[in-house]
Structures are given as structure tokens and as C-alpha cells.
Design a protein around this ligand. Structure first.
Ligand code: HEM
Length: 206
């Protein structure tokens, strides 16, 4: 139950947000399709073994997690187990319930250049030989949480959403639906959803 409850809408919403952002950013769609044509080609589907070579696709999924995290407040609440003084001088007394606003951290203008802009390239740049990790080792961008309660489904989520989005854009050119323009407003239900669910038009490529 826990796997279905935590693992289905989160992954589906991530794919929906990513598709919306790719359609709204035509240069992202064309760069992604060039990468897919080069790595996968027209005669077969995207495979697990392709993913390490689809670096731009991975960067799109990471940037989508930064801008539209399906779980923006992580696990809602943590219990503070000891009196803790923050760097700002604020005291969080033992027994308080604390929430991590990961949405705000991942859009903090002190940490991110033009945080509102959807720019997958930020996840292509290597720092000390590594690209920025989104799976919990870097708390600037931890959409799956971090520490002992980090999301145990993060590898499954990253892999399945990459395969879905990769295959959707390998096979189709996606465009906006004239009668239903894409709106990026959010609504918080079980996860953070698109307030206006995405409608898009596929045109066959291969
Ligand atoms: C894009 C997809 C997903 C996102 C954004 C996501 C995000 C999260 C977040 C933020 C947490 C709380 C972590 C914390 O509080 O530190 C969490 C917990 C959890 N996730 Fe995911 N998740 C995703 C997919 C999945 C999948 C595919 C599964 C299972 C197959 C899964 C299973 C779980 C479980 C069982 C927990 C609770 C862990 C615990 O409390 O110890 N999640 N997830």
C-alpha cells in the first residue's frame, strides 16, 4: 500500500510537469529530440541502458523536480528532539513540529541564478567532477528528502519517469492545445498537481 500510495501520483505528476515545461520551451524539446535521435534512433524504444547516455533528458527531469517538486514539503512534519538554535538566532524548542519547505529552498534566489527560469543546463555543469545530485546528498536540491527517511523509491522514480518522457518525445513532437493553453499554476492535494491538468497535442515523428 505504501509503495502505491507514495509512488504513483508523484511519478505521474513529475512526468506531467516535465512534459508541460518541455512544450513551453521549444529549444528544450529540440535539444532533447536531437539527443534521443543520436543515442536511441528511430527504430527502437528508449531502454534502461540508454539512460546514462541521455544526459540532457536527465537534466530536464532534475530541473522539473527543482521547479515543480511533487512533494514540496517533504514528509509534512518532523518532531524536534532537542532545543536547537538556528544561525538566525531563532530557537526551535524540543517537541516542536517542524516542516521543511523544499519548494522555497529550491527557488531561493540566494542559491539559484534566475530561479524561476526552467533551465535544465544547470544540471549539466560539473562541479568537482560531479553534476549536482537530486537524490539527497545535496540539500540545496533534495526533492526526495534526505537522511534516514529519504524516499526509498527515488531510483525507480527517476528511471521510470526518464523512460516515459524519453519515449514520448522520441516518438512524438508535442505542442500546446490551442483551446487549452498550458498554465503552470499549482494546487496542493496529496502531491503538488497542475491546477489545470495538461492537455497537449502529439504529432508523430518516427
Ligand atoms: C517523482 C517521484 C517521487 C517523489 C518526488 C517522491 C518524494 C518523496 C518525498 C519528498 C518523501 C519524504 C522524504 C522525507 O521526508 O525526507 C518520500 C517518501 C517516500 N517515498 Fe517517495 N517520491 C517519489 C516516488 C516514489 C516511488 C516510485 C516510491 C515507491 C516505489 C516511493 C516511496 C516512498 C516511501 C515508501 C516513502 C516513505 C519513506 C519513509 O517515511 O521512511 N516514492 N518520497
Amino acid at each position: 500500500m505504501e509503495l502505491f500510495f507514495r509512488g504513483t501520483d508523484t511519478s505521474a505528476l513529475l512526468a506531467e510537469w516535465a512534459t508541460a515545461e518541455i512544450i513551453l520551451n521549444p529549444h528544450v524539446q529540440s535539444t532533447l529530440q536531437s539527443e534521443l535521435d543520436l543515442v536511441v534512433g528511430p527504430t527502437r524504444g528508449v531502454h534502461h541502458d540508454d539512460l546514462p547516455h541521455l544526459k540532457y533528458l536527465q537534466s530536464i527531469i532534475k530541473e522539473t523536480l527543482r521547479v515543480h517538486p511533487p512533494g514540496p514539503l517533504l514528509s509534512w512534519a518532523r518532531l524536534c528532539t532537542q532545543d536547537t538554535e538556528l544561525r538566525s538566532g531563532l530557537l526551535v524548542p524540543k517537541g516542536s513540529m517542524a516542516m521543511v519547505n523544499m519548494w522555497a529552498i529550491m527557488r531561493d534566489p540566494h542559491m539559484w541564478d534566475l530561479p524561476e527560469r526552467f533551465e535544465p543546463k544547470r544540471f549539466l555543469t560539473e562541479i568537482s567532477g560531479r553534476v549536482m545530485d537530486v537524490k539527497g546528498s545535496d540539500t540545496r536540491v533534495a526533492p526526495f528528502g534526505a537522511g534516514r527517511r529519504v524516499c526509498p523509491g527515488r531510483e525507480v522514480a527517476m528511471e521510470s519517469v526518464s523512460l516515459w518522457v524519453g519515449e514520448m518525445f522520441r516518438r512524438f513532437e508535442w505542442g500546446e492545445c490551442v483551446d487549452h493553453p498550458i498554465e503552470l499554476g499549482e494546487v496542493m492535494r496529496l502531491s503538488s498537481e497542475m491546477r489545470t491538468p495538461l492537455r497537449a497535442v502529439p504529432m508523430v515523428r518516427v
